[in-house]
Design a protein around this ligand. Structure first.
Ligand code: ATP
Length: 259
């Protein structure tokens, strides 16, 4: 076994992972999820989700494919054009990209809302605190005084002034049932998910098949570039984006194995 093979289990801080490691990004991702579990912000099930994502990312070549970049630009346009955009944060999102989600919220004027599948007061508080440590001022989701229709009680909780009221929602790594229920509420949904066949990207208006670690900074960069764009220009970017083509392009890349 090489030194590289053992690196993930041994490191305490992610700076110890060598940047020239061939699976650098994957090791960083795993390390952050492990830390998230230790810190009580990520559920153990989040580790399984990460494992599934990692396999798809490997097949995508661990890069942002052109159709994902188009989706990221369309997502930025949707968030900028929205009346009330909300970015949803679960335990994996908080562990992987806390500062990046805060930066995206700043660039688009969106709210941040903690939205958990396995919801406990301890995890909610730990995630909100973690986001504040990474620069967030206002974190929604702690009240959860409204319900998404057609979901069981525990999984349906959202903030009345957050996701419930939002017109555009970014729901990365979202559970399929909830993505479907949000779609039925008429939300414009932006989903980040490495599996193009998963139900969440299948129901999304803007499915982004990319690793969240690359996707969120990319959306922020597009949003900054488009900061002075007028509504017609933003709408044209949204109209040009073809969700079916984006899903097909990702599936084609994964199936062809053409890295
Ligand atoms: P469904 O959406 O149909 O319920 P699922 O049960 O596989 O499918 P979940 O376990 O709820 O989905 O969510 C995990 C999803 O997140 C998987 O599709 C996985 O590919 C994706 N995923 C995991 N890690 C990442 C990541 N770092 N970036 C983007 N997507 C990821």
């Amino acid at each position: 076994m090489s030194d590289y093979d053992t690196v993930s289990a041994e490191v305490e801080h992610e700076e110890e992972i060598p940047e020239d490691h061939p699976r650098y990004q994957d090791l960083i991702t795993r390390h952050r999820i492990e830390k998230g579990v230790e810190k009580g912000i990520t559920h153990l099930q989040g580790m399984h989700a990460e494992g599934r994502g990692s396999a798809f990312d490997y097949l995508l070549g661990e890069e942002t494919i052109p159709s994902a970049n188009d989706a990221e630009r369309a997502a930025a346009a949707q968030l900028l054009l929205a009346d009330h955009p909300v970015l949803s944060i679960n335990g994996n999102v908080a562990a992987l990209v806390p500062a990046e989600m805060v930066a995206l919220a700043d660039a688009t004027g969106a709210d941040l809302e903690v939205n958990l599948f396995n919801r406990t007061p301890e995890r909610l508080t730990a995630i909100a605190e973690h986001l504040r440590e990474h620069g967030a001022d206002d974190v929604k989701g702690l009240e959860a005084d409204a319900r998404i229709p057609n979901l069981d009680h525990k999984r349906s909780k959202v903030d009345a002034e957050g996701i419930y009221e939002a017109d555009v929602v970014l729901v990365p790594l979202e559970d399929g049932d909830r993505a479907e229920a949000l779609d039925e509420m008429g939300k414009t949904e932006i989903v980040i998910d490495l599996n193009p066949l998963s139900r969440s990207p299948q129901v999304a208006d803007v499915p982004i098949v990319d690793n969240i670690i690359r996707a969120v900074p990319a959306i922020t960069e597009h949003a900054r570039e488009l900061a002075d764009a007028d509504d017609d220009e933003l709408q044209a970017i949204i109209d040009d984006f073809d969700r079916e083509r984006a899903l097909e392009a990702a599936e084609e890349r994964i199936r062809s194995g053409d890295l």
